[in-house]
Structures are given as structure tokens and as C-alpha cells.
Design a protein around this ligand. Structure first.
Ligand code: NAP
Length: 291
């Protein structure tokens, strides 16, 4: 079974479109997302463009601030503070990575937790980690992974889950989310001695490593469900751009053994953007007390 992230993301965007217009009609509020892009990395510019397009497609207002690569940290902090105070903005996103002369922690800490639609503020991550606490926002990529499992009726409770990768933006929050849903979770990282053996125990695998085709067929328990977060360019002279994108999981091998798997592209990627829109809508609803 192919887990069709593109189709699920489309369904979610349609649901969001309905809610956005319902909100506009009944209380006259349009959800607003502010995106801060520092420097001129091509990949970052593409991500920001896609996020803005996605906002447009569901009726969310988006605003972009572009700052030069060599601007000061204070300038970034100033933009954040403006948006923190702007009642027409419900979500603030600072596109990462930031230029190396800036302190990422300082900058992420400055985003109001009520508008932290990326869910990267330490207070939101801390609440995610604590039992009995609720974060205001959950980071978009891991939230998209769990949403896919839900929409495909994959039982999480009581299952063995393995997350490969422990980054702040994907692996770590994915593991916390699985644990909140009562899975028994193992986390594999670059110092793990026997990743293959541990992965083979898993009913659910979330791979977020950034290593093309690392997870081979022999790593997978028959019937496991695989969510492949990896987006890795590999050379391909036959592809129009000279490269193509592959996941962290060897798809050809895995699809023979797994019961369900996300493709790359068309799996987690579209879900990430859908969750950003969802978080922005959630924020606007919460701020305006709209159900
Ligand atoms: P990252 O910050 O580079 O983290 C990679 C993690 O994988 C680290 O925890 C690292 O371990 C671990 N790792 C690296 N090599 C390993 C190995 N050989 N064996 C076991 N663990 C290993 O990457 P990220 O930001 O989490 O992204 C991971 C992948 O997801 C990338 O391909 C990225 O492009 C993709 N991604 C996709 C989306 C989406 O929307 N679909 C969003 C974000 C990222 P250590 O902690 O020990 O260094």
C-alpha cells in the first residue's frame, strides 16, 4: 500500500479552505502567516515560495520579509517583534537555516509562543515532551507523519516504533509524538551500534536521516508501516535536472516487505506544508476564540 501524502494533503487543504472562509464570513478574520527569509539560499527561497503559494490556495494571507545575508541579528529580531505585535498575523515562521553569524536559539526564542506555527519554541517542545501538558503547536513535519498514520487508520497504541534521526525539527519531536500516542519508541542516531537490528523490531518506522536509501529491505519487519521523511538528491543523468529525489528508505526493496510506505516525493513533503496551514488556522481560531 502506498501512503499517498499528496492526496491526503489535498484533502486537508480542502478542509482548511472551508474553515478559512467560514471564519471570514462569520467574524471577518482572515488567518495571516508571516515568513521571514534571511539570505539568498536557493532551496530556502523555493520553500518559502511554496509555502506562500499554499497559503494563497486556501485563502490564508501571507506576508514575506526578506533580509540580506549580512543583515544583523537585531534586524531579524525587530521583524519578529513587529509580527508578534501585529494582530493581523497569527503565525510567524523564520525560514531555517539562518546565516552562520546569527544565533538561531536567540531568534527562535523571540517568536511569541502563541504564533509559533513551526512549533520550534523551546516552551512548545518542552510541553510536547511533558505528560499532562499541551503544546500550542506541534512541528509541521512530524505532525504530518502522525496525521498520515491516523488518516490511514494505522494503530499506534502499544506498537513498537523506531525513529531514525533525532534532529530538533523532525526526529526528536516525531519520537515524542509517537510516545504520546502510546507507542514504545526507540531512537536511532549516528552513534547507534546496531541500527538494522533495532529497526527490524519496529511495527512503525519513521526515517528522518538524510542518507539516501539507508534503510534496506533486510532492516524491515514484514508488515511494518514506513514513513520516509528523507529528501535526498542523487545524480541521475536521465532526469531533466540531472538529479532525482530519493528517501532515506530503499523504496524498491521496502515496498515488497512493508504493509504501507510513503513515496518520495509525494509522501511527507506535501503533508509538511498542509500542517503549516493547519497550524496557522488553529492559531487564528485560538486567538479569536472561534470554533
Ligand atoms: P539532520 O538535522 O541532518 O538530522 C539527521 C539525523 O540523522 C541526526 O540525528 C543524525 O544523528 C542522524 N544520522 C545521520 N546519519 C546517520 C546514520 N548513518 N545512521 C543513523 N543516524 C544517522 O536532518 P533533518 O533536518 O532531521 O532531516 C532529515 C531528512 O529529512 C533530510 O533528508 C531532510 O531533507 C528531510 N526533511 C524532509 C522534510 C519534509 O517535509 N519531507 C522536512 C524536513 C527534513 P546525530 O544526531 O547523531 O548526528
Amino acid at each position: 500500500l502506498v501512503v499517498d501524502g499528496k492526496a491526503v494533503a489535498k484533502t486537508i487543504r480542502d478542509e482548511i479552505t472551508v474553515d478559512v472562509s467560514r471564519m471570514k464570513e462569520s467574524i471577518g478574520v482572515v488567518p495571516g502567516l508571516a515568513v521571514i527569509l534571511v539570505g539568498d539560499r536557493k532551496d530556502s527561497a523555493t520553500y518559502v515560495r511554496n509555502k506562500k503559494k499554499a497559503c494563497e490556495s486556501v485563502g490564508i494571507k501571507s506576508l514575506e520579509v526578506r533580509l540580506a545575508e549580512d543583515c544583523s541579528e537585531e534586524q531579524v529580531l525587530k521583524s519578529i517583534s513587529c509580527f508578534n505585535d501585529d494582530p493581523s498575523i497569527h503565525g510567524i515562521l523564520v525560514q531555517l537555516p539562518l546565516p552562520s553569524h546569527m544565533d538561531e536559539q536567540n531568534i527562535l526564542n523571540a517568536v511569541s509562543i502563541e504564533k509559533d506555527v513551526d512549533g520550534f519554541h523551546p516552551l512548545n517542545i518542552g510541553r510536547l515532551a511533558m505528560r499532562g501538558r499541551e503544546p500550542l503547536f506541534v512541528p509541521c513535519t512530524p505532525k504530518g507523519c502522525i496525521e498520515l498514520l491516523h488518516r490511514y487508520n494505522v494503530e499506534i497504541k502499544g506498537k513498537r516504533a523506531v525513529v531514525i534521526g533525532r534532529s530538533n525539527i523532525v526526529g526528536m519531536p516525531a519520537a515524542l509524538l509517537l510516545q504520546r500516542e502510546d507507542a514504545t519508541v526507540s531512537i536511532i542516531h549516528s552513534r547507534t551500534k546496531n541500527p538494522e537490528e533495532i529497526t527490524r523490531e519496529a511495527d512503525i518506522i519513521i526515517a528522518a536521516v538524510g542518507q539516501p536509501n539507508m534503510v534496506r529491505g533486510s532492516w524491515i519487519k514484514p508488515g511494518a508501516v514506513i514513513i520516509d521523511v528523507g529528501i535526498n538528491p542523487v545524480d541521475d543523468p536521465n532526469a531533466p535536472r540531472g538529479y532525482r529525489l530519493v528517501g532515506d528508505v530503499c523504496y524498491e526493496e521496502a515496498c515488497q516487505i512493508a504493509s504501507a510506505i510513503t513515496p518520495v516525493p509525494g509522501g511527507v513533503g506535501p503533508m509538511t506544508i498542509a500542517m503549516l496551514l493547519s497550524n496557522t488556522l488553529i492559531s487564528a481560531k485560538r486567538i479569536h476564540n472561534f470554533e
